[in-house]
Design a protein around this ligand. Sequence first.
Ligand SMILES: CC[C@@H](NC(=O)c1cc2[nH]nc(NC(=O)c3ccc(N4CCN(C)CC4)cc3)c2s1)c1ccccc1
Length: 278
Amino acid sequence: AHRQYSLDSFEIGRKLGKGKFGKVYCARDKATGYVCALKVMEKKELIHFKVEKQFRREIEIQSNLRHPNILRLYGHFHDSSRVFLILEYAGQGEMFKVLRKKGRFNDILASQYICQIASALSYLHKKHIIHRDLKPENLLIGLDGEVKLSDFGWSVHTPSSRRTTMCGTLDYLPPEMVEAKDHDYKVDLWALGVLTYEFLVGNPPFEEPAHKATYKRISKVDLKIPPFVSVEAADLIRRLLQHQPERRYPLDQIPDHPWIVKNRPLWPSSSGGQRRSS
Ligand SMILES: CC[C@@H](NC(=O)c1cc2[nH]nc(NC(=O)c3ccc(N4CCN(C)CC4)cc3)c2s1)c1ccccc1
């Protein structure tokens, strides 16, 4: 059911933003009237930065994902000099701009965002994908205020099918090697803890002017949670920011954590919630 798209299929609107490679514009599909986001990248840039292989793999991953908190990739096309990605339009824009403008989020907003991100990460992990680059810059906000994971720099875990074909060599791997694979999943749990802290405090927990100092604070888990952070939120942050990966709080238990339960609205917000029949 994949239509052939070209630049001519769209009316181009305002420029929405730009990233390391390329720019993104609001666009309307002429055939359906559907509003989307068109990301434009110069082929020569992708070649120059030697990212075209990773880029093709990211398109492959992203096109097959269906989750309310993961930005959809509807299709892609190219012309002689550029590659175009047809992306879901996130109507409230970039998370980091909202966070910088507000300074920090209250428990209700932060816990809803974290619960939605945990749901998206859990979906990815079940598909053997780890995100590796969770941060406010890679998050967008949809029209109904829901979070959308948007970054394409994902790395794919060794797919389980590949494991069986390599079974001969796998059998001799020592536990730390096999377990290390699981540790990879758990990098996203650590990042979720950092994100929870940054949403509630306004800056990441181990931030230092010098990189070396930041590394030192991370490896020591030198975590100072300000007194204005609620007891429940501090508990989840501490459970995620565990030095030992296997001790980090599992994603699937996050919806039942007291901080999430306590701050869950009685029903979804008016825009996305039940509509009266009348
Ligand atoms: C996250 C960076 C990444 N971006 C995407 O992929 C992006 C994909 C995508 N889909 N929808 C978007 N929406 C917006 O960018 C947007 C921005 C501001 C908006 N508002 C401003 C405030 N106002 C009150 C409400 C409306 C609304 C939508 C973006 S960005 C990127 C990476 C590489 C190259 C270009 C872009």
